[in-house]
Design a protein around this ligand. Structure first.
Ligand code: SF4
Length: 376
């Protein structure tokens, strides 16, 4: 019999046993499974080994709101360029934003740099190990503080993200919908965290949520903690966790202006430091509002006087809190074109097409540029 079949046979046997409420034996089963099946990730160290705090912190910041698959190449690029927190602190912010471009949520990149600066300035280049100290650093919230404290330092801390929330809600068959059930789920997760190997336990829970206890069709048959799972025993696994109905995502509209010089260079502008996509580059546009501005009104925001051509179609981008729909105008202008007063001249720059890839351009702006340049 092969390993997978043996595993399935064992689980079948376990399914016939009475439910064993989640507790220390659940943790033991989970840690044994983690040692055998854990994901091989570039920021991980072997089980029972403390990890490098810089690599844990960097990976956790990158992993917020995105997937492991998207993060791996960025993580490798960052550690090759900046192998320590001290090296990252010494880098110019502009360069960090450039390397981050495409990973989204740019305030995280700004906080990443601010945090590296604070660790070097206030802690001599060593991350603090206590959750309470970590929480004082820029960009580190309760989840990340607990993850660093447990994984890098082995402290008894319980990071609870969406994956862990789902696993815990199922293990304990929590029927109260999210987000109202968050405090109770955090409390229940804390009851499982072991005194020793808290880091391995945290990563085992993350792996279980990502690989076995998935949002749809959880693989209960091969799950190492199936015997301890109340949702599985009650046939509720696919229904939990319950979620309260979400408010509809509002739409915003704007008109953007893609200006190309005769030599092919594209006009870009740096966004204000504070707010959405702060400090990143953009294609100049009208403010984004509830309704699409009329053409005459929009032209007051145009960065140059030119013969504008309406690009067919629109660019749609979905942010966490709203959906953005951009209408695009394009113009080709002479080399000696002067910018209008309202263009924000000091924040504008001309960038050659071949250099666009390396710029600190968020995904939405890359989409807008691609849409405009494809229109001939
Ligand atoms: Fe999730 Fe099923 Fe395992 Fe329960 S038995 S933790 S629902 S995969």
């Amino acid at each position: 019999m092969g390993a997978v079949q043996e595993n399935v046979a064992l689980r079948r046997k376990q399914q016939q046993l009475p439910l064993r409420p989640a507790g220390p034996l659940t943790v033991k089963s989970l840690l044994a499974w983690y040692e055998a099946e854990r994901r091989d990730l570039p920021w991980r160290y072997g089980p029972r080994k403390a990890a490098n705090p810089y690599r844990v912190w960097l990976s956790e910041i990158m992993l917020q709101q995105t997937t492991v698959k998207a993060v791996v190449p960025y993580f490798q690029k960052f550690v090759a360029r900046w192998p320590t927190v001290t090296a990252l602190a010494a880098a110019p912010l502009e360069e960090v934003l450039q390397q981050w471009a495409g990973l989204g949520y740019y305030s995280r990149a700004r906080n990443l740099k601010a945090c590296a600066d604070a660790v070097v300035r206030d802690y001599g280049g060593e991350f603090p190990r206590a959750e309470a100290e970590l929480l004082k650093l820029p960009g580190i919230g309760p989840y990340t503080a607990a993850a660093i404290s447990a994984i890098a330092f082995g402290e008894k801390a319980t990071p609870v993200d969406g994956n862990v929330e789902r696993v815990v809600a199922r293990l304990f068959a929590v029927r109260q919908p999210l987000p109202g059930s968050k405090p109770e789920i955090r409390r229940l997760a804390g009851t499982l965290t072991p005194q020793r190997r808290a880091g391995d336990f945290a990563q085992a829970m993350m792996d279980l949520g990502a690989e076995i206890c998935t949002p749809k069709k959880p693989s209960c048959l091969v799950c190492p903690v199936q015997r301890d799972c109340s949702a599985s025993a009650q046939n509720l696994a696919e229904l939990l966790p319950l979620k309260a109905a979400k408010a509809a995502r509002p739409s915003r509209h704007g008109i953007a202006f893609l200006v190309q010089r005769e030599d092919g260079a594209v006009l870009l502008r740096q966004r204000p430091e504070a707010g959405l996509l702060g400090g990143m580059l953009e294609v100049p546009s009208t403010p984004w509002g509830d309704v699409l501005p009329a053409r005459t009104e929009a032209m007051r925001s145009a960065p140059v006087k030119a013969s504008w051509h309406l690009v067919t179609g629109t660019v749609v981008h979905v942010f966490t809190h709203f959906r953005l729909e951009i209408t695009l105008y394009r113009a080709i202008v002479p080399l000696d074109t002067t910018l209008t007063l309202w263009a924000g001249q000091e924040r504008c720059r001309w960038v050659q097409r071949r250099d666009l890839q390396g710029q600190a351009l968020p995904s939405v702006m890359r989409k807008i540029i691609a849409h405009g340049l494809a229109d001939n």
